[in-house]
Ligand binder design. Structure first.
Ligand code: GDP
Length: 700
């Protein structure tokens, strides 16, 4: 009986593995699980031109084969276990040519396991677009490995790959990584006990025995003793291995990759001398960040004020043109201010994403990652955490998803945990309005806006708190493995303005419609809650107020204000906010702020909308939210409500509190458990409460 040859398909995530698998197998696919675990296993049949039927096994995408994650264990088991039913006769390793350095690491490891391999160079078109030319022949020659160039998306090159698959007796590849004398001696001891033929397999068993699947306690004890007796350090050995592999890969790249197809590489190198400089690099980075915040404040304030006034005018016009009634009130006091509260964000979101897009497009963002890597590691993060953290300034949701690029589980978890502490754009209007209330509109040193400086202070506060939290977490979350920095620095380029434009439009649109839905819905609910109440107090407010005045004379206007205040206090929202008052009084807040805290629990951007609704009920419609808040009087002190102490306490609260259902949902999805989002919710809310308490008590 002829057995069907098994071919394993391996590669980094996003290297085009799925595309190639589909090209090879078409519809002949079966999906199941690897035995005993929940990792999805796809197999498929492929008929070669000579009529032979082979089986293709799609293994999970991994960056390396250290068996530390479940996916890597599957790959490792399949490749090393000769009795494993999926043990392949041949491995196809798909390499993303546009990220060749990182992708080749996996290839070198699998090569060293002694399985015959075919290297598929994919994404060559992407590499070319980036100005890199990768030579398949040079790769083939350097590693003495059959190499096929392919486009997994279009299927170009597929016939050649199928021809190569017809060859049955491919030689085992030459070994790439050489172990030290000490490692060899230990590996020999391992080979003897475990009946392993391949020396790299023995080496992996030595340095990774703790993560090894299916190892008995006795076996583990044997290896542990071996390591201890010889004072051997598996960690050092592993980092040496990785460095060694990258050294070889660098040599291969020297031979096979030309980077400066279109652009001037010298130009990039010269710029990098400054941008990645030990001192200037950081100075420039902070300078850039500073300019961005100044620009956002300087450029967004005017359009935001226009939007604010335009919506106030619209409310007023609706009130005066439509017949008075519940529907008109709902429109002018609920819906229009609600929509205004969404639209007002757009200038800032657009500007912020414009800057982030420009930093990415020019290639500068990669330098930031490179620069920050060392520093971030001290806090249990890594250079790649910078991208989620910086994106977190726009919105935590895409930022948390961006943390997927971090391979190390612990660093990824910590990044996900601390990212929502970065001040996202939903906090921006809260800061803006409160800063405008209490920070004078003055210039410091002649040019810097004092309000801009205050705003930057809030962002720094969020950043510092996320770093501090990360530093604490790194002691609480145990490290399973070390991670290493690998990244190719792309050439500097002029940004393609079309891409920047698309990013701005896309992100603004997503925000307006995604966040907008929630904000509008909550605005309407809130209007209802603020306009109706239990019993007849709201309905018959005028009589109640008249009665309470005992016939005292008062102008019509003052009477109206008193009635409105009475209505709001006795509405559902007022009752709820009041119930909260004892708990938030120590932070300096009254029940109106209490209502805003309640409504913005699910989404913090609702704060300004709530304020708009609360203060628009019964006050002079012509004024903007800002001026209404400014004229608010604290009944206890008789002075203005929004003192610096209250405003700062509120800003700190919003800086730290986890008021975003969508973020919690994303964290649940990304970590696959409720544990992390719940911990985040508790931690951040607690932190917000305590910090605001301290701020208010110190300042008031
Ligand atoms: P996987 O994560 O490794 O399974 O990668 P996929 O097969 O899902 O591919 C990721 C993306 O890259 C998809 O959008 C593919 O269409 C695209 N892709 C795959 N191969 C190529 C290629 O050779 N050139 C280009 N331009 N895109 C490719």
């Amino acid at each position: 009986m002829k057995t069907v040859r098994k071919i394993a398909l391996l590669g980094n995530p996003n290297s085009g593995k799925t595309s190639l698998f589909n090209q090879l197998t078409g519809l002949n696919q079966k999906v199941g699980n690897f035995p005993g675990i929940t990792v999805e296993k796809k197999t498929g049949a492929c008929i070669l031109d000579n009529g032979e039927k082979i089986e293709i096994i799609d293994l999970p995408g991994t960056y390396s084969i250290y068996p530390k994650s479940l996916d890597e264990k599957v790959v490792f088991d399949t490749l090393t276990g000769t009795t494993n039913p999926d043990h392949p006769d041949l491995a196809i390793i798909i390499v993303d040519a546009s990220n060749i350095k990182r992708n080749l690491l996996l290839f070198t490891q699998i090569s060293d396991l002694g399985i015959p391999v075919i290297l598929v160079l994919n994404m060559l078109d992407v590499a070319t677009n980036r100005g890199q030319r990768v030579s398949p022949t040079a790769i083939a020659k350097f590693f003495s490995v059959p190499t096929i160039s392919l486009n997994a998306r279009t299927g170009q090159g597929l016939e050649l790959l199928k021809k190569a698959l017809e060859i049955h007796e491919l030689d085992a590849p030459k070994s790439i990584f050489s172990t030290t004398k000490e490692e060899q001696d230990l590996a020999v001891a391992i080979t003897k006990r475990f009946d392993i033929k391949n020396s790299y397999f023995a080496h992996l068993l030595l340095i990774q025995y703790q993560n090894f699947p299916g190892l008995s306690e006795e076996d583990k004890f044997f290896i542990k003793a071996l390591i201890e007796d010889n004072k051997f350090s598996p960690e050092l050995s592993q980092s040496r291995e990785i460095l060694e592999r990258y050294k070889v890969i660098d040599e291969a790249i020297q031979e096979a990759v030309v980077y400066n197809l279109y652009e001037n590489r010298n130009f990039t190198e010269r710029l990098d001398k400054i941008f990645t400089h030990k001192i200037f690099g950081y100075a420039i980075f902070f300078g850039v960040m500073f300019l961005i915040f100044q620009a956002i404040f300087a450029w967004a304030t005017a359009p935001m004020d226009w939007i604010d006034s335009a919506f106030s005018a619209l409310s007023l016009s609706i009130k005066s043109h439509l017949p008075s009634g519940v529907l008109t009130d709902l429109l002018s006091e609920g819906v229009v201010p609600g929509i205004g509260g969404v639209v007002i964000f757009i200038p800032q979101i657009a500007l912020l994403f414009a800057f982030i897009a420009i930093l990415e497009e020019t290639g500068y963002m990669s330098r930031v990652v490179f620069l920050m890597d060392k520093i971030m590691r001290k806090f249990g993060l890594n250079g790649k955490s910078v991208v989620p953290l910086i994106s977190g300034v726009a919105c935590a949701i895409p930022a948390i998803m961006a943390a997927r690029t971090i391979d190390n589980l612990r660093e990824r978890l910590i990044t996900i945990f601390v990212t929502p502490l970065m001040s996202c754009s939903a906090r921006l209007p809260v800061y803006t309005i409160l800063i405008a209330l209490v920070v004078p509109d003055e210039k410091v040193l002649g040019i810097l806006s004092l309000q801009g400086v205050a705003l930057m202070g809030m962002y720094i506060l969020g950043f510092v708190m996320s770093i501090v939290t990360a530093a604490i977490l790194q002691f609480l979350i145990k490290a399973k493995s070390k991670s290493y920095f690998v990244m190719e620095l792309p050439l500097y380029k002029f940004p393609r303005w079309k891409n920047v434009g698309i990013t701005i439009i896309e992100k603004s649109k997503t925000f307006t419609f995604e966040a907008g839905k929630i904000i509008l819905a909550i605005s309407i609910i809130l209007w209802v809650a603020a306009s109706f109440g239990p019993g007849d107090k709201v309905k018959n407010a005028e009589e109640y107020v008249k009665k309470s005045m005992n016939g005292a004379e008062i102008s019509d206007e003052d009477f109206e204000v008193k009635v409105s205040a009475f209505k709001l206090e006795n509405s559902f929202a007022g009752i709820f906010g009041k119930a909260l008052e004892p708990a938030i009084k120590p932070l300096g807040y009254d029940w109106k702020i209490g209502i805003a805290l309640v409504t913005s629990f699910a989404a913090r951007e609702v704060f300004v909308g709530t304020m708009a609704t609360i203060y628009s009920i019964g006050s002079d419609e012509e004024s903007t939210i800002k001026s209404r808040m400014r004229s608010e009087i604290n009944p206890d002190t008789g002075k203005e409500m929004y003192t610096p102490a209250v405003a700062l306490s509120l800003m700190v609260f919003y800086a730290f509190a986890m008021q975003c259902m969508s973020t919690l949902a994303v964290v649940k999805k990304e970590t696959n458990s409720w544990k992390w989002p719940m911990l985040q919710l508790l931690y951040m809310t607690g932190l917000a409460y305590v910090s605001s308490f301290i701020v208010y008590q110190l300042l008031s």
